[in-house]
Structures are given as structure tokens and as C-alpha cells.
Design a protein around this ligand. Structure first.
Ligand code: AMP
Ligand code: GLY
Length: 428
């Protein structure tokens, strides 16, 4: 089978690494990919926003399946485009159509979906510029802190948590007037702040059946102790110790089943990943957000723990046969630590050579923001998040320690990473 994987991050390198281990994967193409995926398949430099060029790539290379990494193309309707095209309609796409992608594409859509399906989530109301005054009044009636969310996609940055009413009011005005997140915040969801520990739950569904993948926790802030600016994620661990059978059963009964049933009831035929960001509030799960893709860097710990063949798993999704699939998960724990460019998530420089990756034997190094230098061919930095260093262990503490050992061998100018990944979850 020839497979085309869309995306260029650590998530895509981890998925590519797993796909090519399958005897069913004859050839892998990654668009646009990075210096890591280049070692596993053929990187194709195309503009993914132009679906016609994706179509050309699929036809030229006789692609049999398309796996979509990031949300943007799903929200923009890549799956619908395939279904509406005579040449492409029988080529399976792993990732939901536009209607299902709305779970991530619109926070308000997601909130309404949860309320309609009695899925536990923070209470909320949404506002536009037309009823901004009501929004300002609403803020005054809420407890602090208060959460404001841009309705549309804002590159993972559309959430503001305010600790004073003045701040929340100012933020609402800026968001609705479009000075903060542009069109993405022309509608704003204001919601109750949930106190607890976050966890990422991943579900793969074929529209009828589903499989729950390993749990993970990511670390979003740039600095140790969860300080500093929000990032795409600085590291992750799997499994999450507090997510025991009792907790996961609650998640399945209160959230996963109503989500799958709710999609069916609404006529949304969803084939792909559902990433549920949850808050564990005193042992009870509440949904913070849905994403319609895998998490990054969670994928770098979740995918390596999947023992089953990933091509077979995706084929079961395409053929609506997930109920017949025996998903095998590795008992070992996994941890990943992100190495990022100095200055990220604000401004940073790129183009720095990376050394030492080839000396790492005890860990997997997934590339995120890397490219091969046009002049020298060496691997250089090309983004904020540069590499994810993943290790296995008997428990997450051991896995994290192994990644930190491996990181000592890697160098690039300005390299930064958190030293406390997983620490909040160790019990000593
Ligand atoms: P999101 O972009 O939706 O992932 O939100 C970014 C982060 O804001 C989340 O990972 C949480 O840490 C935090 N957050 C979002 N909504 C809430 C909420 N209702 N209560 C507490 N924290 C929240
Ligand atoms: N790590 C969080 C995300 O992928 O959205």
C-alpha cells in the first residue's frame, strides 16, 4: 500500500516511524515532512492548502490511503474534497470530514454538542460584537478566574485565562474587535474555570466502533514548574498514573460513548482520531476541548506504545471494522522531552546545525522543526519545537530519566528544554 501522510511535525515523524514498520506499507510519502521523515519515506514539497496539488500527488504516485496529521486541512474540508472527486472518492482518508472537524473548528459548536449530549463540561455562554455589552455583564457575574476562548482556530493560542474582571473585560473587547486573534475571535466562548489536573484521551473511531488509545499528559508552559508562556507542548508522558480503570470507565461512559453516539445521531460520519482534553476534577472528568487529530507531543509517546500494526489499524477504520481489531498496547511507559529553539514561543532564529542525534541509542528522536540544509545537507533547525526525545521505561520516571540522559548528547545553538517533565506525577 502507498500512503500519503500530511504534516511536518514531531507527530507526523512518529506516525511515519510506525507506518513504515508495517509490511503493508510499500512506500510512504510525507507532505511536506521534515528532515526526520525524509529518512523514512519521500518528502513531497506541495502547498497543502491547494487541494488540487494534493490530488495530483495522489494520482501521480498511485496513493492508496491518506493520513491527515494537523487539523487545518480537516477543518478546510480535505476529506470532503476526496469524497466529492471521481478519482479520489474511493481512497480512504484518516481524519473527519468538515462536519466532524467542527468539534475543533468551532468552540461554540463543541460546547453545544456537549450540552446536547449531556457530556460534562464547564458552563459557558458565547458572545459576538453585537451583544458585547451582555458579555461584559456576564463576566461580572462569574467567579474568578474566568476563561475566554476564541471560537475559531487560532493556532492553539486562542485561550485566555483572566484572574481579574478588568483583565477579562479588556480581553473580551480586544477579542471581539478582532485586534487579538483576527476573525477567529469574532465569536468568544466565556466559560467557567475548572480546577484539576489535565489529561489527554485519544480515541480512534470508524464512525460506529471505537478504540481507546493510551492516555497521555502534556506540559504546555515553556518553563519548569508550569511557568511562562503557553507553547504547543514541551513534553509528554504515557500512561497517566491517576487514569486508573475507575477513572477511564467514567471517561468512557460519560464522555466517549455519548460523543460517538452524538456524532451518529447528528448524522456526522466520523473516521479518525478524537483527542479529548479533559480536566480531572476530584476524580470526575470534564471536557475542556475536542481536537480532531492526534496531539503533539502526545503522539510521540502514544504511538510508540501501540504494538499493533498501524496500517492494519487505519485499514480497519477505513473499512468500518474496528470492532474486529485486536488493539495491543505496550505495558511499558513512555516519555518525551521537546528540545526547542531559544526564544520560542516568541521570536527565535532558525538554521542552526544540530549535532549528536546519531549517537543516541537508548531513545527515539522524532524531528519536529528540522530541515536538511540546502547548502550542506546537514540537519538544521527550522522551527520553534525542534526535536522530541522519546524513551521507554518500566514507569514514567524511568522513561523520563532516559530521555534526559540522551539529551546530553544533542546540541544546537540556543537549545532549551524543560527539566521537569512528568515530575508532578512521580510518587516520590
Ligand atoms: P485549549 O487551547 O482549549 O487547549 O486551552 C488551553 C489551555 O487552557 C488548556 O490546556 C487548559 O490548561 C486551559 N483551559 C482551557 N479551558 C479551561 C477551563 N475551562 N478551566 C481551566 N483551564 C482551562
Ligand atoms: N499537545 C496539545 C495539542 O496537540 O493540542
Amino acid at each position: 500500500m502507498k500512503i500519503l501522510l500530511l504534516g511536518s511535525g514531531g507527530r507526523e515523524h512518529a506516525i511515519a516511524w510506525k507506518l513504515i514498520q508495517s509490511p503493508y506499507c510499500e512506500k510512504l510519502f510525507i507532505a511536506p515532512g521534515n528532515a526526520g521523515t525524509k529518512m523514512l519515506g519521500e518528502n513531497v514539497q506541495i502547498n497543502l492548502s491547494d487541494f488540487q496539488t494534493i490530488k495530483n500527488t495522489v494520482i501521480e504516485n498511485k496513493i492508496d490511503m491518506v493520513v491527515v496529521g494537523p487539523e487545518d486541512y480537516l477543518v478546510a474540508g480535505i476529506h470532503d474534497y476526496f469524497l466529492g472527486d471521481n478519482y479520489l472518492q474511493n481512497i480512504p482518508v484518516i481524519g473527519p470530514k468538515k462536519d466532524g472537524a467542527m468539534l475543533e473548528g468551532s468552540k461554540e459548536f463543541a460546547k453545544k454538542f456537549m450540552i446536547n449530549n449531556k457530556i460534562p463540561t464547564a458552563s459557558y455562554q458565547s458572545f459576538t460584537i453585537e451583544n458585547m455589552e451582555e458579555g461584559l455583564q456576564y463576566i461580572k457575574q462569574q467567579k474568578l478566574p474566568i476563561v475566554l476562548k476564541a471560537d475559531g482556530l487560532a493556532g492553539g493560542k486562542g485561550v485566555v485565562i483572566s484572574t481579574t474582571y478588568e483583565d477579562a473585560e479588556r480581553e473580551l473587547i480586544e477579542m471581539l474587535q478582532g485586534t487579538k486573534f483576527g476573525k477567529a475571535s469574532s465569536k468568544v466562548v466565556i466559560e467557567e474555570y475548572l480546577h484539576g489536573i489535565e489529561i489527554s484521551i485519544f480515541v480512534l473511531t470508524d464512525g460506529i466502533n471505537y478504540k481507546i488509545l493510551p492516555t497521555a499528559k502534556d506540559y504546555k508552559r515553556i518553563d519548569d514548574g508550569d511557568n511562562g508562556l503557553n507553547t504547543g507542548g514541551m513534553g509528554a508522558v504515557s500512561p497517566v498514573p491517576f487514569a486508573d480503570e475507575v477513572f477511564i470507565n467514567k471517561v468512557e461512559e460519560r464522555i466517549i460513548i455519548p460523543t460517538i453516539e452524538g456524532l451518529k445521531k447528528d448524522g456526522i460520519d466520523y473516521k479518525g482520531f478524537i483527542f479529548i482534553g479533559l480536566m480531572n476534577v476530584d476524580g470526575n472528568p470534564y471536557v475542556i476541548e475536542y481536537n480532531v487529530r492526534m496531539g503533539d507531543p502526545e503522539t510521540e509517546v502514544v504511538v510508540p506504545r501501540i504494538k499493533s500494526d498501524l496500517v492494519e489499524l487505519f485499514t480497519a477504520v477505513a473499512n468500518r471494522k474496528l470492532d474486529e481489531f485486536d488493539l495491543q498496547i505496550d505495558e511499558k511507559a513512555a516519555a518525551t522531552v521537546m528540545l526547542v529553539s531559544g526564544g520560542y514561543p516568541s521570536t527565535y532564529k532558525t538554521g542552526f546545525p544540530i549535532s549528536g542525534i546519531e549517537n543516541i541509542k537508548e531513545s527515539l528522536v522524532f524531528h519536529a522543526g528540522t530541515t536538511s540544509s540546502k547548502e550542506t545537507g546537514e540537519v538544521v533547525t527550522s522551527g520553534g519545537r525542534v526535536l522530541a526525545v522519546t524513551s521507554f521505561g518500566e514507569n514514567i520516571k524511568e522513561a523520563v530519566a532516559k530521555s534526559y540522559e540522551s539529551i546530553k548528547k544533542i546540541e544546537f545553538s540556543g537549545m532549551h528544554y524543560r527539566k521537569d517533565i512528568g515530575k508532578d506525577l512521580f510518587n516520590d
